[in-house]
Design a protein around this ligand. Structure first.
Ligand code: ADP
Ligand code: ZN
Length: 286
C-alpha cells in the first residue's frame, strides 16, 4: 500500500511517501509559511502519487475529536496565521482517501511503538524537547486524546535552586516548556543550545527540569519505555544526567526492573532518528 505522511511542524513541513513496513521512498521538506502557501506545496507534492491513505502529525493545539465541528483544525496556536486552519478539510478537497490526524508527538509515539525503540510495547511515552516541549502517550495500545489531547510540556515544575530565569512560556512563564525548551536555554544563557559546551552547567539544570517531567509521566502513565527526542536531545550527555536524576527523584518508590536495572534502555533517544516525525505520521494510517 502506498501511504502518504505529513510531519506538520511550526518551523518546517516534511512530506513523504512510504509503505506499511516503515520504509520511506521519497521525502521533501519546506519551511512553514502561511497555510495558503504551505498547504499548496503539500498538495503539489502528493498529486499524482496515488497515495491510498494519508497520515498527518501536526503541531498544535489541534482538534482531534471526530465528533467536533472543527475536527481536523489547528485551533488556537501562537502561530497566528494558522489559527483555526482546517488542515484536513483543505486536503480532503484534493485527496478523496482516508486522512488520519493527530498531534506530532502522538504520531511519534506510535511510530516508535510500531517500528522503533518501543516496538511491540503497548505503553510508551514520546517527549520532544525542541522549540517547545510536548508529549505523546500510547496507553494500553491506544493513543491518549481525552478532552483535547495531552499538553505535557506545560506542567508545573519545581525551580532549580540556582535558577533565576523567569521562564519563557507566554501562558505560564515557568512551566516545563518555559524553563527547558530550546528558546529558554538560549535566553537564559545567551547562547543557542548547540553553541554551549557539553560540560556547561546549563545541561545539569536542563536535566533537572526534564527529569521532573519524566518522573511525573512515569507516575501518571506508567510507560514501559520513554523516548526523548527533539533538537535539544541531540545533546547526548543529557541522557545519563536525566536517568540519574529520575532515579534520584523517584526515591525508590517505583520498584520495576526498567528503573532499577535497565534505566539505560528505559529512557532512550528515538530509534527512528530524524524520521521519527514522518514515520509517526505514517503509523497513524495503519
Ligand atoms: P522543532 O521543535 O521546531 O520541531 P527541533 O526539535 O529541531 O525543532 O528543536 C529546535 C530547538 O532545539 C531550537 O531551540 C534549537 O536551538 C534547539 N537545538 C537544535 N539542535 C540542538 C543541539 N544540537 N543542541 C542543543 N539544542 C539544539
Ligand atoms: Zn506553559
Amino acid at each position: 500500500m502506498i501511504l502518504g505522511a505529513i510531519e506538520a511542524g511550526g518551523t518546517k513541513f516534511v512530506c513523504g511517501i512510504g509503505n506499511e513496513n516503515g520504509e520511506i521512498l521519497e521525502r521533501v521538506s519546506f519551511p512553514t509559511e502561511t497555510p495558503e502557501v504551505t498547504l499548496a506545496k503539500v498538495v503539489e507534492f502528493f498529486k499524482n502519487k496515488n497515495i491510498e491513505k494519508l497520515g498527518i502529525g501536526s503541531f498544535g493545539p489541534i482538534d482531534v475529536n471526530p465528533n467536533s465541528k472543527t475536527y481536523g483544525y489547528i485551533t488556537k496556536t501562537p502561530k497566528l496565521a494558522w489559527t483555526d486552519c482546517d488542515v484536513v478539510g483543505y486536503l480532503k478537497k484534493y485527496f478523496d482517501i482516508p486522512i488520519y490526524f493527530d498531534t506530532d508527538v502522538n504520531g511519534a509515539a506510535l511510530g516508535e511503538a510500531t517500528w522503533g525503540a518501543a516496538k511491540g510495547l503497548e505503553n510508551c511515552l514520546y517527549m520532544t524537547i525542541g522549540t517547545g516541549i510536548g508529549g505523546g502517550a500510547l496507553v494500553s495500545g491506544k493513543l491518549v486524546h481525552g478532552m483535547l489531547h495531552p499538553e505535557m510540556g506545560h506542567i508545573m515544575v519545581r525551580r532549580h535552586p540556582e535558577d533565576k530565569y523567569e521562564g519563557k512560556c507566554p501562558f505560564h512563564k515557568d512551566c516545563l516548556e518555559g524553563m527547558a525548551a530550546g528558546p529558554a536555554i538560549e535566553e537564559r544563557w545567551g547562547k543557542k543550545g548547540y553553541e554551549l559546551p557539553s560540560d556547561h552547567e546549563a545541561w545539569d539544570m536542563e536535566a533537572f527540569y526534564i527529569a521532573q517531567g519524566v518522573v511525573n509521566f512515569i507516575l501518571i502513565l506508567s510507560p514501559e519505555k520513554i523516548i526523548l527526542g527533539g533538537g535539544v536531545m541531540k545533546q547526548q550527555q543529557l541522557f545519563p544526567k536525566i536517568r540519574e536524576k529520575v532515579v534520584e527523584m523517584l526515591k525508590g518508590y517505583v520498584q520495576t526492573k526498567e528503573i532499577l536495572e535497565n534505566i539505560d534502555e528505559y529512557i532512550v533517544y528515538p530509534e527512528l532518528g530524524d524520521n521519527a516525525g514522518l514515520l509517526g505520521a505514517m503509523a497513524l494510517t495503519l
